[in-house]
Ligand binder design. Sequence first.
Ligand code: MN
Length: 220
Amino acid sequence: MFTLPGLPYAYEALEPVVSARTLHFHHDKHHAGYLKALNDLLAAPGKLPRDLEDVIGDASKSGERKLFNNAAQVWNHSFFWIAMSPSRQQPDDALVAAIEKAFVNLAGLQTAFIKAGAEHFGSGWVWLAADQIGGLSVLTTHDADGTLSHPGLTPLLVCDVWEHAYYLDHQNDRKGFLEAWFSALPNWAFAARQFAAARGSGEPWRHPAPTPYGGLTQAA
Ligand code: MN
């Protein structure tokens, strides 16, 4: 089964952009809810589920929408927590060069990212991703879909634009949320590791591996 990763910072660490109240609902209710649904769908005594990336890929191919939606939302949220940092950061030199190539400068990326997220219709995610030769792009995905559906793209950053991500703190102002988010919260150190992995140096982030369901292991 898959377990809920703890947040890599305190619940109040992302304030004022993301309040502790929002993080409690978002992590402890929404993310945990997707995780429980995923585990319920995969559960069989003694069975070890495949890695989450494989579960998502298989469910996408076979059209198992409920499994795909819950598995992909678990993946997206686990990635989202890591892609944020409470300490304000700047992209490193390698990323700055790639950003300048694709977006002129960091302000250009910021404008493109905010515009894509603000104009995305309905629920979804806005991503900064890199291709295998280091070309950067901003893209949005609908509902549970993410960059795993785009072979060759490695995600560097993501912001959740489902209403549950911002409504308690910013109400209907998704653009204001994205502006505040992009200025304060991107984990550029993590993005730099992902960017290196995209170009073949090191491995990109993978979801923590599952453990067997009850029946093989001693109950704790
Ligand atoms: Mn969410």
